[in-house]
Design a protein around this ligand. Structure first.
Ligand code: A3P
Length: 344
């Protein structure tokens, strides 16, 4: 079997008209329910709704999370990559996919799937690629291990995920970098829509108040951190800065955690280093698929290039005033203390 045979797109069922109509009604009913929740406008694009886990945007997060909760049946062998937006999800998707499927590519002369597909096509987001756009796919025929990603906070995950004891891999990042990365990303999306850029001060204000599309970053991190402490064999906790500092050590940890450790022969044979090289920022960014291709997200094509900006650390010093940085560090300190290692 080739890695590409493991992609979700090949398992989306052809639906009857009745099934399509029933799916559409499911989304419509939940959207109507969400529209009754308290609401705030985060800027002129994102509408945020208040729910038990904090603020979340209407689509993709809350409605999709609700549909996923009703329909996603996790298997114990599933691997779920979780993160707050802009924490390094794209990189980790590539590393996880290449690691788990390193033995699936039976034809070494054919290109690796990551050379022709975006990491987001290899590991789809539950809320923007699987349960979105009135879609409720039947995922039963996907072979194990199934790989999915999500930005949904721990408390709003489909119940079958913690219930099945499947493995969760979480990645977080210095919140100041999340903010700057998100601000650039959002402004790129705005530019595609011919909209003016959003001022950093506005994005900063909402970010600090936890009014972001997947709720408060700090609550998000804390939710997964607590779960990691309680169930360390089920929830792996990684940091973007840690991956940058020690990619080899962290990739080995990841491989061991998901049950496919690198053998001594593989290490000697350069398999681990090959994966790291394949997934390096410059390598992925320069591939044609990532520089000029697009991925369907929420039913519309998004340029893959928006997920590759700079790929470094400490870019916040180029954008945040010392006062803004101090405010964010203070929130990090008060919400997380020194437990997660994010107060840098
Ligand atoms: P910057 O905007 O700071 O460059 P996410 O994947 O969660 O959306 O996070 C995006 C961030 O990860 C962006 O950060 C992006 O450039 C960076 N990134 C993407 N691919 C990467 C890779 N292979 N290695 C390191 N960083 C990567």
């Amino acid at each position: 079997m080739a890695c590409s045979d493991l992609l979700l797109s090949q398992y989306l069922n052809n639906l009857t008209k009745e099934e399509e109509e029933s799916n559409r009604r499911t989304y419509q009913n939940l959207s109507q329910l969400v529209s009754t929740f308290p609401r705030v406008e985060a800027d002129d694009v994102w509408k945020l709704y208040r729910h038990r886990d904090g603020w979340c945007s209407d689509l993709p997060s809350i409605v999709s999370a609700m549909v996923a909760n009703q329909h996603f049946k996790a298997r114990p062998s599933d691997l779920i990559l979780t993160s707050y937006p802009k924490s390094g999800t794209t990189w980790l998707k590539a590393l996880l996919f290449a690691t788990v499927h390193r033995k699936s590519n039976v034809n070494p002369t054919s290109p690796h799937p990551l050379e022709t597909l975006s990491p987001h096509q290899c590991i789809p987001f539950l809320e923007t690629q699987v349960y979105t756009n009135n879609q409720i796919p039947n995922l039963d025929s996907l072979p194990s291990p199934r790989l999915f990603a999500t930005h949904i906070p721990f408390g709003s995950l489909p119940e079958s995920i913690p219930g099945s004891n499947c493995k969760i891999i979480y990645i977080c990042r210095d919140p100041k970098e999340n903010l700057i990365s998100w601000w650039h990303f959002n402004n790129k999306l705005r530019a595609y829509a011919n909209m003016e850029p959003s001022p950093l001060e506005v994005t900063f204000e909402f970010f600090c108040n936890g009014a972001s599309i997947f709720g408060s970053l700090w609550d998000h991190v804390l939710g997964y951190w607590k779960e990691h402490l309680e169930r360390p064999h089920q929830v792996l906790f990684l940091r973007y800065e840690g991956l940058k500092e020690d990619p080899r050590g962290n990739l080995k940890r990841l491989a061991e955690f998901v049950g496919c450790p690198f053998s001594v022969d593989e290490e000697k044979g350069g398999v681990l280093d090959g994966i790291l090289k394949l997934c390096e920022f410059e390598n992925l960014r320069s591939l044609e698929v990532n520089s000029s291709g697009s991925t369907e997200i929420e039913g519309s094509p998004i340029q893959n290039s928006v997920f590759f900006r700079r790929g470094g650390v400490k870019d916040w010093v180029n954008h945040l005033t010392p006062e803004m940085a101090r405010q964010i560090d203070e929130i990090t300190e008060s919400k997380l203390g020194d437990q997660v290692g994010l107060t840098l």
